[in-house]
Design a protein around this ligand. Structure first.
Ligand SMILES: [Zn+2]
Ligand SMILES: [Zn+2]
Length: 201
């Protein structure tokens, strides 16, 4: 196995073990010192080598950097083990990709990102002048969190790629005609960008 294949294999295993596509070089390296040292005994520059391999994997589109955060996102696999398990329980594996992505996002990723996105972007639908929301029985405001560019199309798993939408506009962002979907993407990217610029966190 080449250095690059080994690093990629360990990245996939690491993300699966953590149930997250996002990882930092430090924690990834610390968790994998043993397998790397075992595969390349005597190499005194393991960390530097791993860093180089991550660059190569990025050049090949298998991972990406998350801005200046020092974090990486795994791209090369469609679904993590935890997401596959979730899909099995939903019994939607026959669904076409776009609907599948919507359901995975709604039922799996929501848990990880919903709170953060709501904290930063608020609870009002970001679609044009919509601003829709409603209060639930417990007093909290209902809003859905949406990945503007789907992860399986190369979107970032980070705040710059998140928006908050009411249920109707969320479905529209996924199931409208291709032209409308792309217009909505462009509009939401602009809005989230403007929002994060005006409210740096
Ligand atoms: Zn969505
Ligand atoms: Zn709306």
């Amino acid at each position: 196995m080449t250095w690059k294949d080994l690093v990629y294999q360990q990245v996939v295993a690491y993300c699966n073990a953590n149930g997250s596509r996002t990882f930092s070089l430090g924690s990834f390296f610390d968790a994998n010192v043993d397998p790397f040292a075992k595969a390349y005994p005597g190499n005194r520059h393991l960390r530097q080598k791993v860093c180089e391999m991550l660059q190569k994997l990025r050049d090949e589109g298998l991972i990406s950097f998350l801005g200046n955060t020092g974090n990486y996102t795994l791209r090369g696999v469609e679904l993590l083990d935890a997401e596959k398990a979730e899909l099995d329980t939903l019994d939607i594996s026959h669904e076409p990709p776009r609907r599948k992505e919507y359901l995975v996002e709604t039922y799996v990723r929501n848990v990880r990102w919903a709170r953060r996105a709501r904290e930063v972007l608020g609870c009002y639908c970001m679609f044009d002048a919509c601003k829709n929301t409603f209060k639930r029985e417990d007093g909290s405001s209902y809003i859905e969190v949406h990945h503007i560019i789907p992860l399986f199309e190369g979107g970032e798993d980070s705040l710059v790629n998140l928006s908050v939408l009411c249920a109707h506009h969320h479905k529209m962002a996924h199931f409208a005609s291709n032209q409308i979907v792309h217009e909505v993407e462009a509009m939401l990217l602009d809005r989230t960008h403007a929002f994060l610029t005006a409210h740096p966190c």
